[in-house]
Design a protein around this ligand. Structure first.
Ligand code: HPA
Ligand code: ZN
Length: 328
């Protein structure tokens, strides 16, 4: 079986960050919004570094203005994921962008996204679940409102709560109230850390937010005691190698620590983060990992099983997905 046709599980994807550039451009034209700084001459997303990326991301997202826009986005994103063999995807959704953190408006956006996802599941067999995500550089007060949106819609579709954005803004502890609210509502927890922050940022996310997964987490490799803690506690890393290389966290694929982390017993998974921004797809990630670290089908099978057990969806959904992984 080729790597492209292997059924894949993706746990770390930003919904707006997965928007094809042509889709955003078309929406900007329809709405007569000038977002020319978002694109380069080739029509690709254009940014200089991570912090500029966040600005460009928010500018691109500004054309997504209604629940119907998010329904169209969901169809475009899932078509692309399904074409790369993804059978299950967890996507980060931000009530900051979907209705300005108003619970009633957020419900409207969510309804539209879920309807589009149901259609994609019927047509392409891809299953989507949502992780409500607060945005670190928007601050702890807005995060509380976001957590309320998450708590109000927690269930079998909104399955998790997380934090994205500028990892260097504030401290995880500032967001503990929001994570407590989400946990009390039954949501599973993940946090971006250990990408722009060092090992201490991963420790803080574990200790102060009590998350069970870490988005990225790769810079834990700079502290082997922390690596051993991750391995012993079974903390799952949502690793996005192509994203790390595109943004310059590591210079080359050979420099990336995913293989070393795995060798030392850490549970690693593979995702794309914001695929068109980073010129990647799930198939590309698999191809590059196989070529760089000589990973064979057994390694990918192991990673897919790790991803499935670390997914935040319910057991019935996992059982159905497991069958699809087994009949590949
Ligand atoms: N990292 C952090 N925050 C983000 C990202 C990302 O890749 N995409 C959107 N918000
Ligand atoms: Zn991310």
């Amino acid at each position: 079986m080729t790597l492209s046709s292997r059924p894949k599980i993706e746990l770390h994807l930003h919904h707006e960050g997965a928007a094809p550039p042509a889709f955003i451009k078309r929406l900007a034209q329809e709405k007569k919004v000038d977002i020319s700084r978002v694109f380069n001459e080739q029509g690709d997303y254009s940014y200089t570094d991570f912090w500029d990326f966040l600005k460009v991301y928010e500018a691109a997202t500004s054309v997504l203005q209604t629940p119907e826009d998010y329904a169209r986005l969901t169809r475009a994103v899932l078509a692309e994921s399904a074409a790369n063999g993804v059978i299950y995807s967890e996507t980060f959704l931000s009530p900051d962008f979907c209705g300005g953190r108003d619970v009633g408006a957020w419900r409207e956006y969510l309804h539209a996204i879920r309807e589009a996802a149901d259609q994609a599941e019927r047509e392409d067999g891809i299953v989507l679940r949502g992780i409500v995500t607060c945005i670190r550089h928007f601050g702890p007060e807005k995060a509380r409102e976001t957590a309320l949106c998450a708590a109000e819609t927690a269930g079998d579709w909104i399955v998790g709560f997380g934090i994205a954005g500028d990892e260097q803004a504030g401290k995880p502890k500032d967001f503990a109230y929001s994570f407590d609210m989400a946990r009390e509502a039954g949501l599973r927890l993940t946090a971006h850390a250990g990408e722009w922050g060092g090992p201490d940022s991963v420790r803080d996310a574990l200790d102060d937010l009590r998350v069970e997964r870490i988005g990225h987490g790769v810079r834990a490799i700079e502290d082997l005691a922390l690596v051993d803690r991750l391995a012993e506690d079974g903390v799952v890393l949502e690793v996005c190698p192509g994203s790390n290389i595109a943004l310059g966290v590591y210079k080359t694929w050979a420099d990336h620590p995913i293989h070393a982390l795995r060798e030392r017993g850490v549970k690693v998974t593979v995702s794309t983060d914001d695929p068109p921004f980073f010129h990647t797809t799930m198939t590309d990630e698999y191809d590059r990992l196989a070529a760089t670290f000589d990973w064979d089908e057994g390694v990918f099978e192991d990673i897919e099983n790790t991803s499935l057990s670390a997914a935040f969806c319910d057991q019935a959904t996992k059982d159905a997905l497991k069958k699809r992984l087994e009949t590949r």
